[in-house]
Design a protein around this ligand. Structure first.
Ligand code: AMP
Ligand code: ZN
Length: 113
């Protein structure tokens, strides 16, 4: 499997991990867009938002239950943050393994584009 986030999940390549369970891993983005920029990733390979379904959605729930824990750990829970998942070509998804960007630590742009 050549997927880079599968390799990170399997510890075949290192990451700056900030949170991990049996099902998910969260690590700092290599190219941070803000003081806090963490990727929250299911350990099972899911290509994108387009592939979430009733069979695999438990891990998505776990990810969203985890966001506020990581935000607290990173001290951005009160100041606020944004969670983003890019999907497909127009969404500018560059890694084809579903992931959620947790971004904060500065005032973010009011526009989503
Ligand atoms: P996206 O464009 O939404 O697919 O986001 C992919 C993100 O993965 C980008 O922000 C990259 O900087 C980040 N990234 C790619 N490879 C790594 C890596 N090995 N460790 C941490 N972040 C990575
Ligand atoms: Zn993968």
């Amino acid at each position: 499997m050549s997927c880079i986030f599968c390799k990170i999940a399997n510890k075949e390549i290192p990451s700056d991990c900030v949170y991990e369970t049996e099902n998910i891993i969260a690590f700092r983005d290599l190219n941070p867009q803000a003081p806090v920029h963490i990727l929250i990733v299911p350990k099972i390979h899911i290509d994108s938002m387009n592939d979430i379904n009733s069979e695999n959605s438990a891990v998505i729930s776990e990810i969203f239950e985890t966001v506020n824990k990581i935000a607290e750990q990173e001290d951005i829970k009160d100041s606020g943050y944004r969670v983003i998942s890019n999907c497909g070509e127009d969404g500018c998804q560059s890694v084809q393994h579903l992931h959620f960007h947790l971004v904060g630590g500065r005032k973010l742009s009011e526009t989503l584009s």
